[in-house]
Structure formats: C-alpha cells, structure tokens
Design a protein around this ligand. Structure first.
Ligand SMILES: *Cc1c(COP(=O)(O)O)cnc(C)c1O
Length: 394
C-alpha cells in the first residue's frame, strides 16, 4: 500500500505529513522506511502511555480473547467497573459511554436540553460556547465549535447556539437569557491554540451557572486523563462542572468517549440516548487499564514536573529565538506560539529530524507527548527544536 493508493481510495479529509507510521513503542514511532521519531503528537493527546504500553496491551489482548463486543441490551462488567473508576475519581456520579469526543459532546448537549426541558419546558434550549473552541465535527459538536472555518459549507447548523469571547465574563452576562440551558467550555482550549481559561473567569462561569440553574459542561476530551497534571483539568480551578466529556486518552488508543454527570443532571431514561459500540467490553478493558495507571500514586506529580521542565527548556529557546512569542499550557499540554503566519515549516523540519509535533491555529506548536515521556526524551525534543530554529535562521 502506498500514498498514491491512499489518494485513490481514502477520502481526502486530512492534510497529512509525508510519512506512513507502522509501529510504536513508548514515546517512539517508526515509519515504513524504518525511520524513528519521538512522538510528541501521541495520536493528538490520545496515547497517554505511549505506544504498546504493556498493561494496556495485556488488557486488550485478554479481553479480545474473552468478549470483544456485546450489546447494551445486556450488562457488561467492564463498563460498570470503568464507570465506577471515573465516578470515584471525579465530581461525577453517572457515566454514559460513547466512542469519540464528538459523540460524547453530542450526548452532553442532549442531556443538558433534556434536563432543562423537564424542569422548564421546551423554551430553554440554548447552549453558550466560546469562540475559538473545538468540540468535534458532528452537527451538534460542530455547531458548538466557535470557529467559522469549521462551519463553512455545512449550513444550516443546529439552532440554539450562542458564542462568547473566551475569558470574558461580561460576554457571558450579555448572552444570558432565560432560554439558555447550558454553557459548554474547555478549561484549556486545545485546538484553538492552547489558551488557558483564567481562574477567575472559570469560577465566575460556575457562579453564573449556579445562579441560573444552567448546566456547566466542561469538555475535557483533550485535557482529561492526566494531560494537564491533574486527572481532570477542572481540578486546577477548584470548581466542579455538572457534566464533563472525555475521549482521547481514556482508551489508551482504543476509541472510547464518555459523558460524566452529577446525579441530579443524569436525567436520561431508557430510550433517550444510546450507542451500539459505546462502552463495549474491549474499549472499557483498555479504559480500566488506563485509569489504573494514571491514578497510581505519584504519577501525576511526575507529569507536572516534566511539564515544568519542558516549559523551562522552551522558555530557554524563547530567550534565544525572538520568533518564539509565548510558551504556555499546563502539565504536558504545552503550546509555543511563534511569530509566523504559519508554523508548518517548523513542524516539517522537526519531522525530518525525528520529532513529531503539530501546529494548531496556524502559529502555535503543540507538544502533547505521552505522559510517560522521559526527561531525556524531553531534552532530545528541545535539542531538535533548537536545531530547526537555528537552521531556519531565526
Ligand atoms: C479532539 C477533541 C474533540 C473531538 O473528539 P473526536 O474524538 O475527534 O470526535 C472534542 N473536544 C475537544 C476539546 C477535543 O480536543
């Protein structure tokens, strides 16, 4: 199979880098020509334990030999166990399993509307979301996504969404009306360019929701499962959402998504919502293995330390290369904004030197390495970046 076969048979939806990946181990991946790369994309914050992490591989293998899938017409123990692990380690009481971030967000939107319709009737259905946000590509999630570039050509979008400037509480006050049922927000905007919500802002958002019985949906699809140095990013703020969505890292690479809700908000009844694959035994076996690893004593402290360490390295580069404008992010979700219209060439040059990163919002280099990355690997990544910036003459 070659790249020209891809062009012939696979829909042309991705701007891809010119390599084909064929295997991985830990933080490293190899292409079909045998070249090795440090993987700081990690499946876009999916491979929190890198590639082929033995406890996750073992969990998947043994589950595959036992029961891969069964319908949600029946109970399955893995689903129950994973829901319990998520609930016991978060604000949440109840979990619904889906297959992706977008699907989790769709379900969260439905849940918020259901809650409001039960309490207030059908007039209360609007969702406030932030400009520059990203919530997924299906219609509800796409509409919630506050970026025009993703909407173009797909209208009409879903009715009942309002967009506010991120980190601007007055904008939320202005958008408030008695038709609003939920505010959907990221604690750190990922695809939008690694922008952190400020502490005061997010606390105020919580207050607004409390005062008006509005559901606070926190999209932790990218920030969740240890990425920011806490199990969930809302834990940095000292507030609790009413609903949280998860996906990316939860299955260690196996597709899974989840809606986590407080008891009083978990109003779905049989027939209200469903998913054929959602929470199947295989995906949940992987999820259980991930949750076991990420909740191990001291693991997240280590993520925090490594994140600080790498940010120091990047700030060192910032002092030497004026093209670097800002280094930001939490834990191992780090963005490095450069003073260019497009940072794509830096990404390509880094790839040629054996480092996979990507670029969000045109000019922000994103670093989301596996959480098991070593300081040696962080050093190597910083050296490669240094070489690239030097060679490009910055
Ligand atoms: C990736 C992402 C999504 C979409 O997840 P998919 O699994 O691609 O549908 C939603 N929200 C956030 C914050 C994300 O980073």
């Amino acid at each position: 199979m070659t790249i020209s076969d891809d062009k012939k048979y696979v829909m042309n939806t991705y701007g891809r880098y010119p390599i084909t990946l064929s295997k991985g181990s830990g933080t490293k991946v190899w292409d079909t020509d045998g070249n090795m790369y440090l993987d700081f994309v990690a499946g876009i914050a999916v491979n929190a334990f890198g590639h082929c992490y033995p406890p996750i591989v073992d969990a998947i293998k043994s589950q595959a030999e036992t029961l891969i899938h069964c319908s949600n017409l029946y109970w399955n123990e893995n689903q129950i166990e994973l829901a319990k692990m998520i609930a016991e380690n978060s604000f949440g009481d109840k979990v619904f399993f889906a297959n992706s971030g977008a699907e989790a967000n769709e379900g969260a939107i439905k849940l918020a509307r259901k809650y409001a319709s039960i309490k207030y009737g059908d007039k209360r259905y609007k969702i406030i979301s932030a400009k520059n946000s990203f919530h997924g590509r299906t219609f509800g999630a796409l509409t919630a996504t506050g970026q025009i570039k993703y909407h173009k050509g797909f209208g009409p979008l879903l009715e009942g969404f309002k967009y506010v400037n991120y980190n601007d509480i007055d904008d939320i006050y202005d958008a408030l009306d008695d038709d609003v049922c939920a505010i959907m927000i990221e604690i750190i905007q990922g695809e939008g360019g690694i922008h952190e919500g400020s502490l005061e802002y997010l606390k105020k958002v919580r207050e607004v929701c409390d005062e008006n019985d509005i559901i606070l949906i926190v999209d932790e699809v990218q920030t969740g499962i240890g990425r920011t140095g806490k199990l969930f990013a809302y834990q940095h703020i000292g507030i609790e959402p009413d609903v949280m969505t998860l996906a990316k890292a939860l299955g260690g690479g196996v597709p899974i998504g989840a809606i986590v809700a407080k008891e009083n908000v978990a109003v779905f009844k049989p027939g209200d919502h469903a998913s054929t694959f959602g929470g199947n035994p295989l995906a949940c076996a992987a999820g259980i293995a991930v949750m076991n690893e990420v909740t191990k004593e001291g693991f997240l402290d280590d993520v925090v330390k490594k994140g600080e360490y790498f940010k120091e390295k990047l700030n060192g580069l910032k002092d030497r290369y004026k093209v670097i404008k800002d280094v930001r992010g939490k834990g191992l979700m780090i963005g490095c904004e450069v003073d260019l219209d497009d940072a794509g060439e830096i990404v390509l040059k880094a790839l040629e030197k054996g480092l996979l990163i990507n670029c969000v919002n045109h000019n922000v280099l994103r670093f989301v390495p596996p959480l098991i990355v070593t300081t040696d690997e962080l050093d190597t990544a910083a050296i490669i970046l240094d070489d690239v910036l030097h060679e490009m003459g910055f």
